[in-house]
Design a protein around this ligand. Structure first.
Ligand SMILES: CC(C)(COP(=O)(O)OP(=O)(O)OC[C@H]1O[C@@H](n2cnc3c(N)ncnc32)[C@H](O)[C@@H]1OP(=O)(O)O)[C@@H](O)C(=O)NCCC(=O)NCCS
Length: 244
């Protein structure tokens, strides 16, 4: 048996956590034959993120109770990060290093993360995982979390992306979270059923992404985040007719 210890994550862990996520995920990609083609393979990612670790910093600040690491002989062997927004619990990360997989570390981390709910009643537990990964899918099913909705990774050269310039829709960039807070939260309430202010505050503060609010007349109809590398999302709309 392995001697595994569990503790809350600390700032000093961030570089090691990133490394562990990449190594663990590379293992999944290799096992399923996607390593060469995947944009998530570590060989395609910058060695040290230029912007530091803002995502982990937010996790520690807002959701420290859901941010755990596992250690074996003083070395990082696994981590999990979950966050809570309203009655939603979301598992953002669960990774165990390849050499430590199959020793119950994943289950032990999952159990710690699931206790993170800040006293509110959780009515929905969600996460996104890869359809080709039976180990993670079956682990989540054991906790009552079943595949519900397929998500697709869509990609195309921007010169081939056709837009329908909808003349009625106005586009305004939001650079300050406070100025957009109410409108963004209202759109979230209507579309996903709960506000996710922390996520907006985090995204609007990043130098690599722009938040656009779309309106017809004075009526906000949606928002979209557009990244420097061309990625789009999160995106939400309350009007399918206006927002194509
Ligand atoms: C998914 C993951 C977190 C599970 O953690 P783990 O510590 O390996 O899993 P555990 O030891 O807690 O075992 C959980 C169950 O999965 C099974 N399992 C673990 N690794 C397995 C493998 N390679 N093949 C088949 N079953 C496996 C275990 O046998 C156990 O089931 P059991 O109790 O019936 O025996 C880990 O394998 C991992 O990091 N994988 C790569 C990254 C990943 O897929 N993360 C999830 C992305 S959302």
């Amino acid at each position: 048996m392995l001697d595994v210890s569990y503790r809350k994550a600390k700032v000093e862990d961030f570089p090691g956590i990133l490394n562990l996520i990449r190594t663990s995920f590379d293992g999944v990609l290799r096992a399923h034959g996607f390593y060469e083609s995947s944009p998530f393979a570590s060989s395609k990612l910058p060695a040290v993120p230029q912007q530091g670790f803002p995502w982990f910093e937010m996790g520690l600040k807002e959701d420290g109770e859901g941010f755990w690491v596992a250690e074996v002989e003083g070395k990082l062997a696994g981590l999990t990060l979950s966050w809570v927004r309203g009655s939603l619990w979301y598992l953002a990360h669960l990774f165990v290093s390849p050499e430590h997989q199959g020793f119950n570390i994943g289950q032990n981390l999952m159990e710690r993360a699931m206790k993170h709910h800040k006293g509110v009643i959780i009515t929905n537990r969600a996460l996104a995982t890869f359809a080709y990964n039976p180990v993670s899918i079956s682990l989540y099913a054991r906790y009552g979390i079943y595949p519900r909705e397929p998500l697709y990774w869509m990609e195309g050269a921007s010169k081939h992306v056709k837009t329908q310039a909808a003349s009625k829709v106005r586009n305004e960039r939001i650079t300050n979270f406070e100025s957009g807070r109410k409108t963004l939260s209202h759109i979230d309430e209507l579309t996903i059923g709960y506000p996710r202010e922390k996520n907006h505050e985090f995204l609007i503060g990043l130098p690599t992404v722009r938040c656009h609010l779309f309106s017809t007349g004075n009526q906000p109809v949606g928002y979209a985040y557009v990244w420097q590398n061309g990625r789009v999302g999160p995106l939400a709309t309350v009007s399918h007719e206006e927002f194509q």
